[in-house]
Design a protein around this ligand. Structure first.
Ligand code: ADP
Ligand code: ZN
Ligand code: ZN
Length: 729
């Protein structure tokens, strides 16, 4: 065979942890990193060439030629390509599925990697006149023209998504001359200048200048700044320095933090192309952003976890905001940590990276202790706001009405009477966590999970939050026929009703996953809160994160006791983060804030430590406990999970996995055990925990036997996965 025709190692999207070899055949030789279409069994799949090799271990009569070369050059920049291969190796995840997860959907389908023109629509004078004369029945036209009038006469592709319209629905209006369709310029809009940066306080100034010196090289920073200390302002001013050098910036934000405000703040500041990757985009929009960033036409990309895989022509900085947030770890399929991979990416691409948080993860604090990250602190709130005053309210033997003590209500009253807002925090949505029969004690359990079903009274439904099963609320007990069923426990919906009753003249809004299902809903609530149209906010952790409400002066934490006693070794860290973040919502502007925490355990060390010291000293304490207990980040973990219709199969499979791993020195296997919630969505689940003192040992132990594990007969009876660095073992 002439040397010009190599054998191709191709990453094909299959569940197997290997690549597949193909011949070039009649096609032009695809570059390493190019997509190819290949025959796979009876299907045709799109894969990525990951190597050229001279010889294959597959017998030559079994090798098939590829069907087509899709890209005439590598699809990904070399650094990113390497990162994905590394990630497949580290997370022990099938390489084909890694590409499949990380590439935009259209590229996985084999669409050409070509930027397609995008359009926007401009309102004409005729359109404006037509709007006032529209008949009653022209509902859609009214909606479209009204939108344009409210948005400086423009309907952008983003707006179309928000209006839930497709382009062809605007055609009747362009034909009438009411709108004009125009192409969006694809050329780069270079950074020119920023608008009104704030004058930095000394701590912010020191942080920016320390990081600025690392532009153009790799350096990891932990920006550890209390809530409201002006971290975002620090990012913005650092980003400006990177833009001046004509480099690009990637900003990762948690799922929930991707509110329009974040983006507006960037757009107001910088006059350049800023792309926002979020779940509301069409496949085409997603691909266009991907291509524009790759070609250097976009200067800033802001997005959640998966935005990490955006290619850049010249990446100059990565910001990971709220780096402790659990949403950076993908919990199914390719279970990567975007924060951890971001550090690797920054190192590969010679760019600085900033991990920002008011409550850094133990992993990052540990990295600071080890000198791997440079610690920058903002201890003072920006704009002279004072830290909130914290009061632990002992509710032992006090009367509680719907979970609320009189002392808490009195406290709220004081703040409300001064015209301020209160936030009442409870991390449990629905009306009540369960429904019970007064006649026989029957409890509404989920038949598919080891859990009760949550009562949603407004919708008159029982809903399992673990498998999503929903049924109508029964009118009488299914066991004994008793009509008197009563809710047990407290959810946000019940709390909302109780607060409306307690403060009949005040406006109460509830913010949780149920009340914000509608697109725009969160945005509308946030606007109403900022405009002071709301007095009391009731909600879950959705309210704990990132928001800045200047009139909010009191935060009430209603029920934290459940979080204080948990078997999960990360519970202390998570509870400390949650409490600190929620508390941080109080008193963010010139008004002093107060936090009141109701508890039956006022002497609990976590509560004492958190509020007599600060998060920083508490985190050192948590770390020494982790070290003593030989737990992450001092050790590495991997979790094998398996599920089937009966517990026997996952236990059998995991037992064999454990045998395969054998006696590797330095590696400990625990289990298999039934999972903490053994039954979920009708499946029985078990897990096997592997722990090693040395990073990388887990991979070295599992890799040699992975294909044996994949082919175990018992593997066929279960669904199984490996989770490296699991967040919830
Ligand atoms: P964080 O991201 O740490 O929560 P933000 O950057 O949102 O904090 O800042 C909190 C508030 O303080 C915002 O209203 C912001 O405009 C204001 N702020 C930040 N830095 C300054 C500064 N140097 N001078 C005045 N106000 C500031
Ligand atoms: Zn009953
Ligand atoms: Zn369920």
């Amino acid at each position: 065979m002439p040397p010009s025709s190599p054998i191709l190692k191709v990453a094909v999207p299959t569940p197997l942890r290997r690549s597949f070899d193909y011949l070039v055949g009649q096609s032009i030789i695809p570059a390493i990193g190019a997509r190819v279409r290949v025959p796979f069994g009876r299907q045709q799949l799109v894969g990525v060439v990951i190597d050229h090799i001279a010889e294959s271990t597959t017998p030559s009569n079994k090798l098939k030629p590829i069907l087509e070369t899709i890209d005439d050059q590598p699809l990904l920049p070399a650094h990113l390509f390497k990162l994905l291969l590394w990630a497949s190796d580290y997370y022990l995840h099938p390489v084909g599925d890694v590409f499949n997860t990380c590439l935009p959907g259209l590229l996985n389908k084999g669409e050409p990697a070509i930027l397609e023109p995008e359009y926007y629509w401009q309102l004409t004078e005729e359109g404006e006149q037509a709007f006032s004369n529209l008949g009653k029945n022209a509902v859609k036209q009214h909606k479209i023209l009204n939108w344009a009038l409210q948005h400086q006469g423009v309907i952008s592709p983003e707006h179309l998504n928000q209006l839930e319209l497709i382009p062809s629905e605007l055609k009747p209006l362009t034909e009438k001359g009411w709108l004009i369709k125009k192409q969006i310029e694809l050329s780069a809009k270079p950074y020119t200048q920023s608008n009104q940066p704030l004058a930095l306080n000394p701590e912010q100034h020191d942080a920016v200048s320390a990081m600025q010196q690392s532009i153009g090289q790799f350096h990891g920073f932990l920006l550890d700044g209390v809530t409201g200390s002006g971290k975002t302002e620090v990012y913005l001013q650092l980003i400006e320095q990177v833009l001046i050098k004509k480099q690009q910036v990637l900003v990762l934000v948690p799922e929930i933090g991707l509110t329009p405000q974040t983006v507006q703040r960037f757009q107001r500041r910088f006059n350049c192309d800023i792309a926002m990757l979020h779940s509301g985009l069409t496949d085409r929009q997603r691909l266009n952003i991907w291509l524009k960033a790759k070609q250097g036409l976009t200067s800033i990309v802001i997005g959640t976890r998966s935005a990490l895989f955006t290619p850049f022509s010249d990446l100059g900085l990565i910001v990971v905001d709220e780096e402790h947030d659990v949403s950076y770890k993908q919990q199914d399929g390719f279970r990567y940590s975007a924060r951890d991979l971001a550090i690797l990416r920054a190192r590969d691409e010679q760019a600085p990276i900033v991990l920002g948080s008011a409550t850094p993860s133990m992993e990052s604090v540990h990295n600071v202790n080890q000198g791997k990250l440079t610690h920058l602190t903002l201890r003072k709130r920006a704009a002279d706001a004072k830290p909130p005053h914290i009061k632990v309210l002992d509710i032992r033997q006090r009367h509680l009405e719907n979970g609320l003590s009189q002392a808490l209500l009195d406290n709220m009253k004081r703040h409300l009477e001064n015209g301020n807002q209160c936030l009442v925090f409870l991390n449990r949505r629905g009306f009540a966590p369960s429904l019970m029969c007064h006649g026989c004690g029957w409890i509404a359990d989920c038949q598919r999970c080891d859990k009760h079903m949550t009562l949603h009274l407004q919708q008159k439904r029982l809903h399992c939050h673990h498998c999503d099963k929903q049924v109508f609320m029964p009118k009488k007990c299914p066991e004994c026929g008793e009509p008197e069923l009563f809710p047990i426990g407290l959810g946000t919906e019940r709390l909302e009703q109780a607060l409306i009753k307690a403060f009949p003249n005040k406006t109460v809004v509830r913010i949780d996953r149920d009340s914000t299902r509608r697109k725009q809903a969160m945005q509308d609530y946030v606007t109403a809160i900022k405009n002071n149209e709301v007095d009391i906010l009731v909600g879950t952790q959705m309210l704990a994160k990132g928001h800045h409400f200047p009139n909010l002066t009191m935060v009430a934490v209603v029920d934290i006791d459940g979080c204080l006693f948990s078997a999960d070794f990360r519970a202390t860290e998570r509870t400390a983060q949650l409490l600190t973040q929620v508390a941080g919502r109080a008193g963010r502007a010139d008004k002093p804030g107060e936090v009141v925490i109701q508890t039956h355990h006022p002497e609990h060390p976590l509560l004492l430590n958190l509020f007599t010291q600060d998060y920083q000293s508490l985190s050192q304490q948590i770390l020494s406990e982790r070290q003593a207990g030989q737990l992450p980040p001092y050790t590495s973990m991997a979790l094998f999970r398996a599920e089937a219709s009966t517990l026997q199969y996952p236990m059998e499979f995991l037992n064999e996995v454990s045998k395969q791993l054998g006696q590797v020195p330095g590696l400990d296997c625990f289990g298999p055990f039934p999972a903490p919630m053994a039954k979920r969505a009708g499946k029985m689940r078990a897990q096997l925990l592997c722990q090693a003192e040395q990073r990388g040992l887990i991979q070295r132990a599992i890799k040699p036997v992975i294909s044996i594990i994949e082919q175990l007969p018992s593997a066929r009876k279960v669904r199984w996965s490996i989770d490296i660095d699991p967040q919830d073992p």
